[in-house]
Design a protein around this ligand. Structure first.
Ligand SMILES: [Zn+2]
Length: 141
């Protein structure tokens, strides 16, 4: 199934959770859409890679900038960008060793659910779990 199909299925199962618990937000919908396509980050050309890779590099650069703040402005930005690029490259290299490997596992679904839980609470955790899980189930059909 392509990314659009995964997003539709992930959003439908997430909407069921949101209706059951009487809680809807665009943030929850965002977690659902991300969870539905994130397992395919192990493919370089996937929508998940196209979306998540630049966001990870930018976010990590901004995060790391504080650690290099004792240097000049140019040096601190260049150093944080270089470290971000290297770290992102290494993580994606590990994740992309095999398609439908570690990113298509129950453990990865639990990890993504933890992200949803920490950012949006218990419903975020459930939405993260069912949307990520929907991708894993649909891939097996
Ligand atoms: Zn997949």
């Amino acid at each position: 199934m392509n990314h659009l199909g995964h997003m539709i299925v992930g959003l439908i199962v997430a909407l069921i959770v949101m209706i059951v618990f009487g809680s809807f937000s665009f943030s929850l919908a965002g977690i659902a859409l991300l969870g539905a396509i994130l397992p395919d980050i192990d493919l370089k050309q996937s929508k998940a890679s196209q979306i998540v890779e630049p966001i990870a590099i930018i976010g990590l650069t901004l995060f790391l900038h504080g650690f290099f703040s004792s240097y000049s402005l140019l040096v601190s930005w260049v150093a944080s960008l270089v470290v971000s690029l290297i770290a992102t490259y290494i993580v994606l290299k590990i994740l992309r060793r095999k398609h439908r490997g570690i990113t298509h596992s129950f453990g990865a679904a639990i990890l993504f659910s933890a992200f949803g839980l920490l950012t949006l609470g218990i419903i975020g955790g459930l939405v993260g779990l069912v949307s990520y899980g929907s991708h894993l189930v649909v891939d097996r059909l």
